[in-house]
Design a protein around this ligand. Structure first.
Ligand code: SAM
Ligand code: SF4
Length: 331
């Protein structure tokens, strides 16, 4: 196929994750290093116009889905304007967002009108006090209000739970109940190692074990994958609406069908979340290079996308993403 982003392993790249900020209004203990992280100055972030130019180039090469993430995307000033700009780009069919939802009740309506197509909301506990322990902030009620507002304005919602042993595993069944009550998808994600996030095998719970916990109470009926490249194995829960998914990032590699690339808030193009390979696009952008040169830079980086990430369990969680913490890559 001409004009397509295809890597060495014939994987067609259709999904772009754009991190719009390296800052966050929460400090989830498994994500944010406890001693903090460095943030870049605002002028080091890609401007909306720069993001628009890169997304336009990538969309002309086959990118169809542009997920906004961070850090926390909703703290980027004027984000609604960015959604409007991306919606105008030919070829872009979906604009989902991954958010902690603290600010979502304020913006859900305007985001939906601007063209946001869905929200993946990260929530790791249903207990207010525990939420404060995990995130450092007493914002549980705001998050729940954000979820309800998103549903009210008609945004499709998925709730993402990073499952960690002796941390939130006692709440797995409560999340299944929440999926039924709110009629949403709840997805459990395996805990992954990143720079300074204190990953340990002792805290790791596999998707298989999570499925067993859910299966001990509920009958799970497999659902078809949403797309070949989908990372989640989804199930209907007999007797209730909503669905449950398991994202086995660590134990069941889905690299062979990967369709994703990433753009960090500072303008680095990354072919893989877990690989340290990245190419700076901001400097050439600001030096005034042509669209052709930018496209070649991205294609050269894409050509280095590896076949798959190593087996993290076999290496006891050896970090392969390089010195960037999750918050500075974009989840
Ligand atoms: N702030 C937004 C949020 O929390 O949804 C977007 C950025 S956050 C880095 C994106 C996703 O990555 C969240 O769902 C978060 O729970 C997940 N995440 C962060 N650290 C992780 C880890 N070590 N393993 C698995 N998922 C992780
Ligand atoms: Fe912030 Fe999201 Fe990381 Fe939590 S998971 S600290 S909300 S970026």
């Amino acid at each position: 196929m001409a004009n397509q982003l295809v890597d060495r392993f014939q994987r067609r790249i259709t999904d772009l994750r754009v991190s719009v900020t390296d800052r966050c209004n929460l400090q989830c203990s498994y994500c944010m290093p406890s001693f903090g992280t460095t943030h870049v100055h605002r002028r080091e972030l890609l401007s909306f116009e720069e993001i628009q130019r890169l997304v336009t180039l990538l969309a002309s090469q086959g990118i169809e889905k542009v997920r906004l993430t961070g850090g926390e995307p909703l703290i980027r000033r004027d984000l609604i304007r960015l959604v409007q700009m991306i919606r105008q780009i030919p070829g872009v069919r979906k604009i989902p967002m991954t958010t902690n939802a603290v600010l979502l009740s304020l913006y859900a309506g305007a985001l939906q009108e601007a063209g946001l197509t869905s929200a993946n909301i990260s929530l790791d506990t249903l207990q207010r006090e525990r939420f404060q322990q995990i995130t450092g902030f007493d914002k549980f009620d705001q998050v729940m209000a954000g979820i309800h507002k998103a549903l009210e304005v008609g945004l499709p919602v998925k709730i993402n739970v990073v499952a960690i042993r002796n941390f939130n595993d006692h709440e797995v069944l409560d999340f299944v109940e929440l999926a039924g009550r709110l009629k949403v998808a709840v997805r459990f994600i395996e805990f992954m190692p990143f720079q300074d996030n204190q990953w340990s095998i002792k805290q790791f719970i596999s998707a298989r074990e999570l499925r067993r916990i859910v299966g001990s109470r509920y009958k799970l009926v497999p659902l078809e994958k949403e797309a070949l490249s989908s990372t989640s194995n989804n199930f209907r829960v007999e007797g209730q609406e909503g669905s449950i998914g398991f994202i086995a990032s660590m134990t069941e590699s889905f690299c062979s069908t990967c369709s994703r690339v990433r753009l960090t808030a500072e303008g680095y193009f990354r072919p893989c979340l877990h690989d340290s390979i990245e190419v700076d696009l901001k400097a050439p952008l600001r030096e005034g290079v042509s669209d052709q040169e930018l496209t070649e830079l991205m294609q050269r980086a894409l050509w280095q996308k590896w076949a798959e990430h190593p087996d993290f369990l076999a290496s006891s969680g050896k970090v392969t993403a390089g010195p960037r913490e999750m918050i500075r890559i974009g989840g």
